[in-house]
Design a protein around this ligand. Structure first.
Ligand code: PBG
Length: 344
């Protein structure tokens, strides 16, 4: 059926007049021009690779909810970090899957200087690689209830937990960690850990604070990877942030900076880019974002179904962090992206 609308054809001259000569598409016509006007780019220097550890030898265990991600025994992790170094990835972040038999109510294993993460630190450090070693400070991989702190009844005790986190940070620093990354969201832990590190001769160990960490549904696959999903009692809403808040993220970040954080982080990533932008604009400090396990899993799942071009979405999602002002991204895609960027 032909419509009865009258559509007058617009002449080029008329269009020039309408646009006053401003044709936005001119700059987009060619590849060289698109590259020339591009405001943000992703480079290998933006990448931090989170790596999961497991006890044993010669183990590479697939994480089912994170296709392409593995848990590595220490010997294998060393090889992966060597690969990261060869690819030019600036830093890796280690997360242990602690044997269930070693987990207890207070996370005692976190203070064992021979625990999985400490052994991995020493083995990696021995190689003398030009890669930063970031270690996770929080009790969840070590507690039988899966919480980041020590519990009394239903309550996660703040100050008691902070004391233990300080001790945990010290043994990690002693094992060779370059950057201590507290992901627990207890109040005052950045200042307490800084003081403790300084008092024990670790003045040069950096702190990357998980400053704005939200109580999020996007952490599910991570909890599979470190084995806390099965054991977690309740949720983490009494210490992680409410997803409805943004001003609170600025207050959290301000406190962490005052307490001595060298770098701050927002987590999850893509759903919280507004927070990244506000923090970067407000404080102008090194600001990172964590593209968390659920974000990774969604992209992988859609790709596996043929619903999206996974590689393209991977690069686009990481570029979005740069656009939002992030100085770097913790991402499970790190080695794959680094390989791709090296080929370009
Ligand atoms: C816990 C911790 C979590 C992540 C990093 N550290 C999960 C949680 O808070 O339960 C999530 C990372 C991810 O989902 O990729 N200290």
């Amino acid at each position: 059926m032909t419509s009865s609308f009258h559509v007058p054809s617009v002449s080029a001259d008329h269009m020039d007049e309408l646009l006053a000569g401003r044709r936005m598409r001119r700059n987009r016509r060619t590849d060289w021009s698109r590259r020339l006007v591009r405001e943000n780019t992703l480079t290998v220097d933006d990448l931090i690779w989170p790596i999961f550890l497991v006890d044993g030898e010669k183990i590479r265990e697939a994480v089912p909810s994170m296709p392409g991600v593995y848990r590595y025994s220490v010997d294998e992790a060393v090889l992966e970090v060597e690969r990261a170094a060869a690819l030019g990835i600036p830093a890796v972040a280690l997360f242990p899957n602690t044997d269930p038999s070693l987990r207890d109510a207070t996370g005692t294993e976190a203070l064992n200087s021979d625990n999985l993460i400490c052994r991995a630190c020493r083995a990696i450090k021995e190689k003398g690689l030009n890669v930063g070693l970031i270690t996770d400070v929080a009790l969840d991989p070590y507690t039988s209830h899966g919480h980041d702190g020590i519990m009394e009844g239903e309550t996660i005790l703040n100050d008691t937990t902070v004391n233990q986190l300080c001790h945990q940070a010290l043994i990690q620093a002693q094992s060779g960690a370059d950057v201590i990354a507290p992901s627990d969201m207890m109040d005052g832990r950045i200042g307490a850990i800084r003081q403790c590190l300084d008092a024990n001769g670790f003045r040069d160990v950096q702190i990357m604070a998980y400053s704005a960490k939200y109580a999020s549904g996007f952490y599910g696959p991570f909890r599979d990877a470190v084995g806390t999903n099965a054991t977690l009692i309740g949720d983490k809403r009494t210490y992680q942030m409410d997803p409805g808040n943004t001003n609170e993220a600025l207050r959290e970040t301000e406190l962490d900076i005052q307490e001595g954080a060298d770098m701050v982080m927002v987590k999850p990533g893509l759903p919280y880019l507004d927070i990244v932008r506000r923090i970067k604009d407000t404080f102008q400090v090194p600001t990172y974002a964590y593209q968390v396990s659920g974000e990774y899993a969604m992209i992988e799942a859609a790709n596996a179904n043929g619903w999206i071009d996974g590689e393209r979405v991977m690069l686009e999602s990481l570029l979005a962090f740069k656009r939002a002002g992030a100085d770097g991204i913790l991402t499970y895609f790190a080695p794959r992206v680094a390989e791709l960027l090296a080929k370009k």
